[in-house]
Design a protein around this ligand. Sequence first.
Ligand code: ATP
Ligand code: MG
Ligand code: ZN
Length: 402
Amino acid sequence: MPYEAIHLKYRPQTLLDVIGQETTTKTLQNAVTQQRIAPVYLFTGAKGTGKTSTARILAKMINCQDDTVPCNQCSSCININRSTHLDVIEIDAASNSGVDPMRDIIERTQFAPIAGAWKVIIIDECHSLSRQAWQALLKTTEEPPHNVTFIFCTTNESEVPPTIKSRAQTFEFKLIRADTIASALLNIAQLEQFNLDLDAAVAIAEAKNGHMRDSQTLLDQLFTLNKPITKEVLEEICGIVNESTAYKILVHLATANYNQAKLIVDLLLTRGKSPHKILTTIVKTCIKYVTYTDHPIKQVWSNKELQHIVTTLSNKEYLTKGEFSDIWIQAILMEVARMDLNEKFIPIYRAWESEADAIAWGKQQLPNHDINAAWQNIECINGKKAPAWIYYVIREQIINLI
Ligand SMILES: Nc1ncnc2c1ncn2[C@@H]1O[C@H](COP(=O)(O)OP(=O)(O)OP(=O)(O)O)[C@@H](O)[C@H]1O
Ligand SMILES: [Mg+2]
Ligand SMILES: [Zn+2]
């Protein structure tokens, strides 16, 4: 069978397939059952959350020859699924934003439905319509001919003129909860006979912030790896910005290892992670560490310093949303990076009188480590072994926790 993208193959065919939009689907189901179809609907909300799919399902429900579910087998359902139904007109306003296509549509609403019970006009991405196009639609949407319904879909409700909004029944499509998306992804994986574990499914959903289409597209990409999909595989592929990545960045910033921190951020950026998301996750992680009393990171970042990072990052947050945000994120991190650890180290190594003291200290900090070998292999910093040793031990201690 030819390959079909997962998000198209699993497009919801009935309201029961539409996940995470219960209030909307229930209300629409009642409207159809009670035959109270509004002349104008407005479906708003985030991308890839079910607006266009639901508009098509509604068109099928009111035209299905068999039932209101819809059946997806009668000629009406089949034609709507194939976009060949004479009474269901779907227009993409992004590429038909002018007044002429709207005039054409209005003309077509003047004739009674040919094949079905209802003429349904779906105007997708309606925020792209020009002012004149909206003007042209005003009168017809105020008093549409009998058995005509308009469904406007948009991710940008603020671009819809208030005059249209006031005629429309509005349904807001919400971002979908991660656990709801995860269970839908597990279902798809099972049907496609791929091995996906629960943690990975939740991580995909979290990475895609409640957008179903985006989650399915990532799943599709992971299927092509042709191996069991675990959280680790996912992190490797997408460089997910999660707490453990933020933690690594903080460790490198703390241990005068700015280059390593920069490398991780570069990698996240090349994998399409937004600077804003990276910054927010670091702030979230710092806030969490402030509340811990005993954590190795406290040896290199005191609570006061963590607080300082939070304030600096929060004050500059706006820079990670605008132009050149990929440069600003690096500049902001450089500002909080510790470039020199000496200040922190001196009090520790002043207490040592011999090599043995230094090794004993290391052993105490890293009980399960081959301390003697590490001591032999350590490379001096500026000709000095003591700071290099502390630097090494503290980093090992922290990185072992990840
Ligand atoms: N609520 C949902 N339940 C199940 N699948 C969904 C849902 N929302 C989106 N999808 C999946 O994402 C695909 C795209 O959905 P749809 O076209 O309905 O989104 P949309 O809200 O119109 O997005 P856009 O604003 O980008 O046009 C569907 O084919 C389906 O696979
Ligand atoms: Mg759409
Ligand atoms: Zn049908």
